[in-house]
Design a protein around this ligand. Structure first.
Ligand code: ZN
Ligand code: ZN
Length: 356
């Protein structure tokens, strides 16, 4: 934790900030270790305080040894927040993690110079340390195992919801604290919707089935994995072409990844393959995203991304092709950026066809 605080303090100093208030739950956990649902961190060159309410002061004391825990009662926020600061300081506030109400009641009245920041702590989080890499790798391994289970239990006649629930139960029984997001099990034409929710539609032999799922481990780290397959021989030969194109695009994306690469260049490397095959308009989302304490975090692999890949960033590579009314294919793996490229953290088999 001390290394993380030291890195944050270096950024504050670079940006001529005296301090920062951190309101994001993931940023709070990253910097302090505190996993409770409410609280604010105040970090300056010399101070590190965690302000939270009576439900959490005991837990905060145990989880955040580098922080001074301050108990805040309802109505005493302004006094408690003011106590931490000195008039005239230049203080950062996380613009994307504060409500207008909090700003007006607690922060605006104070006599400091406010600087609204976005992505300041998130940028630190984009480069994982060894303990984080181990945590994400464990989450990825559990998800691989759950996909292997999906391959053995998926049957024609089972509904999307039924399969999604079986996978969720399996994941929870094997160590997950929860799901990283509501699982996607999308069959036939439903698989043409990149973010379809499981329905009571029954799985049919010969149709594409897309499963997108991830684990959240008790330490707060996530995984994210997608596979598409047919139960039995594809009813439509287009499936093989679409599948091969998505796989080639994914390989092109993976081959391009290295430290210093722009997020938009990574996206372009994979997108080019899909465009060359004539499916460009059917790849309707970005190539990938960072994964860690949040399932979608920096850096973004997207046409509009301003991010650059750093060594030890963890990202997904997930191209897809979605043909309305017919179905879709997406293949998603999790990788870590290494000094000379990337290393796969997902190892689930890629099987376009599974015996029905
Ligand atoms: Zn996913
Ligand atoms: Zn994803």
């Amino acid at each position: 934790m001390n290394t993380r605080l030291a890195r944050l303090r270096a950024v504050l100093s670079d940006r001529q900030l005296d301090a920062i208030w951190v309101g994001s739950a993931a940023n709070r956990r990253y910097l302090s270790g505190f996993s409770g649902s409410a609280g604010w961190l105040y970090v300056s060159a010399s101070a590190a305080s965690l302000l939270t309410d009576g439900r959490y002061t005991g837990q905060a004391g145990q989880q955040a040894p580098d922080f001074t825990v301050v108990r805040v009662t309802r109505g005493s926020e302004v006094a408690a927040f003011n106590e931490a600061m000195r008039p005239g300081q230049r203080v950062a506030l996380e613009a994307t993690h504060i409500t207008l109400d909090q700003w007006q009641r607690w922060f605006q009245p104070m006599e400091v110079e406010w600087v609204f920041t976005t992505g300041l702590v998130e940028e630190l989080r984009a480069q994982k340390d060894a303990s984080e890499l181990a945590a994400i790798e464990a989450a990825a391994q559990l998800t691989d195992q759950t996909m292997a289970y999906a391959y053995t239990v998926a049957r024609p006649g089972m509904s999307e919801q039924e399969l999604a629930w079986m996978l969720e139960v399996y994941l929870r029984e094997h160590g997950a604290q929860g799901v990283a997001f509501e699982f996607i099990v999308a069959s036939g034409p439903n698989s043409a919707l990149p973010h379809a929710r499981p329905t009571d539609r029954l799985l049919h032999a010969g149709e594409p089935i897309t499963i997108d799922m991830g684990a959240r481990l008790p330490n707060g780290y996530h995984s994210d994995l997608t596979r598409t397959f047919c139960l039995g021989e594809p009813a439509d030969e287009r499936f093989r072409t679409v599948y091969a194109t998505v796989l080639a695009a994914q390989h092109a994306g993976l081959a391009a990844l290295r430290p210093g690469l722009a997020g938009r260049a990574a996206d372009e490397a994979a997108r080019q393959v899909i465009e060359n095959a004539g499916y460009g308009e059917y790849f309707s989302h970005s190539l990938g995203h960072g994964v860690g304490l949040e399932v979608h975090e920096m850096p973004a692999l997207a046409p509009s991304s301003q991010d650059t890949l750093a060594t030890n960033a963890v990202v997904t590579v997930e191209p897809g092709i979605y043909l309305p009314g017919w179905g879709g294919v997406r293949i998603e793996d999790l990788v870590v950026i290494t000094p000379d490229g990337c290393r796969l953290l997902s190892h689930a088999a890629e099987l376009p066809v599974i015996a029905a």
